[in-house]
Design a protein around this ligand. Structure first.
Ligand SMILES: *Cc1c(COP(=O)(O)O)cnc(C)c1O
Length: 406
């Protein structure tokens, strides 16, 4: 691996930088088509008078999983608009290929099914993960078996039937960071999946550090406007081919309109992520100095996500914000805040949740593009109120006020 990767400027090709790829990748043919905006192809089927030709295309897809040449026969095989988004995301992550799905969870499901299909059902994973990823691995819904470990325990946790090692960095919701290079080394020949939803390729490209598979909830920063749900896996072409076959057989396809919106979202990704990260770093600094805050979590890699533990009642803060929207999800142009123990990580068993650092006093904030002073003013008014300051001795535990269940 290139040991300079984290300090040298990013290039997807010898000549094009990330910001350039963000607005041009997946669109290279448009001028030759006489178009400026990408076309949106909503077809579910593709007419052909040549059944023998169609048979050959279906056989080729079944044999190789490569994207079909020419019209894709049926929309579950491929879609040209979604294909543009896949091409662009692969360029940004520095991978051969990318395969898009209906949601981040559909993308993770396809990865697990692809590994299970070759008999490798065991997954080694590091907590915390996004709540539903934790649930999908732990509940055995897909017949996978998981061993939870810390990064130092990965090598020992790997078995002959281990098909995947999974980490999230920075992790949802604690922003805990994993040294991708060290973990990739510990994986040996087992593929390492990094959920890169929080950092995005603007701040971190996991394959440069040895990861083989990069997962995104495209619903978050890639879309960036809170109006499109999708997921995507960036990886080598060999694994992408298997993922396309799984997608074809199981049907978790991205809608072409979502593909269109995600391609559009990528064009502003670098600008959005950098601007929001600047505000998030500023807010993290101010919160760290604030006596109402017990602890602030902000990752070294930066980014627009931060979380913090309050001395007072976290539910009161959620009830008191006015500019910041109290809602789950993240990565939109506007700021969101939520209480992970009640919402995003509710589905993780209480003991596991707490052991992985998701305190009942933790609030997670997705910083948007509002003026930082307006965000600070809203946070300040929401944080002020009864029992906002630390008691003189140690903080009393927060009583859970919500019933069990999601
Ligand atoms: C939201 C999220 C997911 C799941 O993605 P969906 O698009 O909601 O299915 C996975 N990983 C992380 C880190 C997330 O934040």
């Amino acid at each position: 691996m290139d040991t300079e990767a984290s300090t040298t400027p990013w290039t997807a090709s010898p000549s094009r930088a990330l910001a350039t790829e963000a607005v041009h990748a997946g669109r290279d043919d448009l001028a030759s088509l006489g178009l400026h905006a990408p076309p949106l192809d909503l077809s579910t089927t593709y007419p052909s008078y040549d059944s023998r030709g169609e048979a050959e295309r279906i056989d080729a897809f079944a044999a190789t999983g490569a994207r079909p040449e020419g019209p894709p026969v049926y929309a579950r095989l491929d879609n040209p608009t979604t294909g543009r988004f896949e091409t662009a995301l692969a360029r940004l992550e520095g991978t051969d290929s990318a395969v898009a799905f209906a949601s981040g969870m559909a993308a993770l499901t396809a990865v697990l099914l692809a590994r299970a299909s070759v008999g490798l059902r065991h997954v080694v994973a590091v907590r915390p993960l996004y709540g539903c990823s934790d649930h999908l691995l732990g509940a055995g819904l897909l017949g996978t078996e998981v061993t939870w470990t810390d990064p130092a325990g990965i090598a020992d946790a790997i078995r002959p039937d281990t098909g995947l090692v999974m980490v999230e960095t920075p992790a949802n919701p604690t922003l805990a960071e994993v040294d991708i290079r060290a973990v990739a080394h510990a994986c040996g020949s087992v593929p390492l999946l990094v959920d890169n939803t929080f950092a995005t390729p603007v701040l971190q490209r996991p394959v440069e550090h040895g990861a083989r598979i990069v997962l995104h909830s495209a619903t978050k920063y890639l879309g960036g406007h809170g109006d499109v749900m999708g997921g995507v896996v960036a990886c080598d072409e060999e694994f992408a081919a298997t993922l396309r076959q799984v997608r074809f057989a199981t049907g978790g396809v991205l809608h072409p309109l979502a593909g269109y919106l995600l391609l559009r979202g990528l064009s502003t990704l670098p600008v959005r992520v950098r601007a929001a990260s600047q505000s998030a770093a500023e807010l993290a600094g101010r919160l760290t100095a604030d006596p109402r805050i017990a602890r602030v979590h902000y990752p070294r890699v930066g980014g627009a996500m931060l979380s913090f533990e309050v001395y007072g009642d976290p539910h009161r803060v959620i009830a008191s914000v006015r500019l910041i929207t109290p809602a789950v999800s993240l990565g939109s142009v506007d700021s969101l805040i939520q209480h992970p123990a009640s919402i995003s990580h509710r589905i993780v068993a209480e003991g596991d949740r707490r052991a992985s650092g998701v305190s009942d006093r933790l609030l997670r904030m997705s910083v948007g593009l509002e003026d930082v002073e307006d965000l600070w003013a809203d946070l300040c008014q929401a944080l002020s109120g009864p029992s906002a300051l630390p008691p003189r001795t140690t903080a009393a535990p927060v009583r859970e006020s919500r019933p069990v269940g999601l």
